[in-house]
Ligand binder design. Structure first.
Ligand code: ADP
Ligand code: MG
Ligand code: ZN
Length: 453
């Protein structure tokens, strides 16, 4: 299914329909509106991701095989309310039941403006009581005022009280033909099984950083706001699966960075560490460059980072590197670091990746015991350095610093690929293996000591 990005539109501005230009003083887009509201998708194809749910809904609508109760589950800001509202339009659009609501008939317009009388939106969090539910259900029997269906959209439905659920059960089992229930919840486990079994359930997925970055890029292009792609990756990772969070963070980043979304201010705003630095640390370790390692840590400490979270980042990177080594091709760019992972996977022996992982894991456990977080963190990295075999040649382990490129022109760039050097390389590999075996032994002893203490 086509992803939403190229179809994005401002909720209030449909070119050729409302017939007003972006520069029109009457265009409500001109006044500032938060991105998450401004870019609430109005048709299915504008959504990013959730293809599995959308395809099922589209098929059902196209074949008019409609259920009377739908339940959308998923964490905050992944499209539950959005999809439910679009479904309401699909059901009530004046052009007929359709998977592509017209967007211009009065029903479609009223739904998007939140004033359709036949779409009854209830926030269960604020109307939990059984009286509220009775009042609501009393009206179920009456026909819709103007539309095809009377649609009840109950958000955060898990917040309803038990007696409210009971009041609802009968209606839910045999609702009148003209009634549809659309439920949304972040916590389906709190729903009584009797309710669950009467609904068609759709589980929305968290959005991947990659999906979020793609969507943010499209939104910022429409807003004509300049951005660094790396800044979008930071936002995409920080949003933790939620598109609403991603858009809110982007709002913040825009005002923080005076109408641009750039890497450095975004990093500052999020207090997040540039993912590149994690790979820089690993490169410093594998090239046994203790001095640069400490410099990198000093650079990091400017951000007053959460060192435990930083160790998590290192663990996550090592995990992806190990995957790349075990199953080449299994690493995707969903975290925006594919290139770096692949390079590291080629560079660092797999046994060493395992060893580093173990050191980081134990280091994280012991971090609270260190006199202070930074020194604890440094010790973990220095331990990796100590337990590293011979340093890998600089050219292999790190992007050459300025001046290191003074090789004769035409010389092969990657020494490791030249055949002449192969025997040396083999010897070296053998030696590396021995050292790793030895250092693993040491590490086991070390782990053992830690376990005993
Ligand atoms: N899958 C998605 N694709 C595009 N935008 C999304 C998506 N999910 C959420 N959003 C954005 O987040 C906002 C809130 O989404 P909403 O559907 O209300 O989330 P919730 O799952 O919490 O009900 C929307 O207005 C929209 O801008
Ligand atoms: Mg919602
Ligand atoms: Zn319509």
């Amino acid at each position: 299914m086509a992803s939403g990005v190229s179809n994005l539109q401002c909720e209030y501005y449909t070119p050729g329909v409302l017939g007003i230009a972006n520069s029109s003083p009457y265009n409500p887009c001109m006044s500032y509106q938060v991105l998450a509201r401004k870019y609430r998708p109005a048709v299915f194809k504008e959504l990013e991701g959730q293809e599995h749910v959308l395809q099922a809904l589209i098929n059902a609508l196209d074949n008019e095989r409609l259920h009377h109760a739908y339940l959308f589950t998923g964490t905050r800001g992944v499209g539950k309310t959005t999809i439910a509202r679009i479904l309401a339009r699909c059901l009530n659009c004046e052009t007929g039941i359709t998977s592509k609501p017209c967007g211009v008939c009065s029903t479609c317009v009223e739904i998007s403006e939140g004033r359709s009388i036949d779409l009854i939106e209830v926030d269960a969090a604020s109307r939990t009581g059984v009286d509220d539910m009775r009042e609501l259900l009393d009206n179920v029997q009456y026909m819709p005022s103007v539309s095809r269906f009377k649609i009840y959209l109950i958000d955060e439905v898990h917040m309803l009280s038990r007696s409210s659920f009971n009041a609802m059960l009968k209606t839910l089992e045999e609702p009148p033909e003209h009634v549809k229930f659309l439920f949304a919840t972040t916590d389906p486990k709190k729903l009584p099984i009797t309710v669950l079994s009467r609904c068609l359930q759709f589980n929305l997925k968290n959005l991947s950083p990659e999906q979020i970055v793609k969507y943010l890029a499209a939104v910022l292009d429409l807003e004509a706001i300049a951005y660094d792609e790396s800044a979008l990756w930071q936002l995409g990772l920080a949003a933790d699966g939620s598109m609403r969070d991603a858009l809110s963070l982007t709002d913040q980043a825009i005002s923080f960075g005076s109408s641009e979304v750039r890497e450095e201010p975004v990093g500052e705003m999020l207090g997040s560490i540039d993912a590149k630095l994690v790979f820089q640390l690993l490169a410093d370790i594998t090239s046994a460059n203790g001095q640069r390692l400490l410099e990198t840590v000093a650079q990091l400490s400017d951000f007053a980072p959460d060192y435990a979270a930083l160790l998590d980042d290192i663990l996550a990177a090592l995990h992806r590197i190990a995957i790349a080594q075990a199953v080449p091709g299994a690493v995707d760019n969903s975290q925006g670091d594919e290139q770096q992972v692949l390079q590291a996977a080629e560079r660092i022996p797999s046994e060493q990746v395992q060893l580093f992982y173990q050191i980081a894991l134990i280091g994280k456990r012991d971090l609270p015991l260190a006199p202070d977080q930074q020194s604890g963190f440094e010790m973990v990295l220095l331990r990796m350095l100590v337990f590293s075999p011979d340093p890998l040649p600089e050219a292999l382990s790190h992007t050459p610093p300025a001046g290191a490129g003074a090789k004769p022109k035409g010389a092969p760039r990657e020494v490791k690929r030249t055949e002449k050097k192969a025997p040396v390389k083999e010897k070296k590999a053998q030696k590396n293996k021995e050292i790793i075996a030895e250092s693993e032994g040491k590490n086991l002893t070390m782990i053992f000591l830690f376990e005993k203490s």
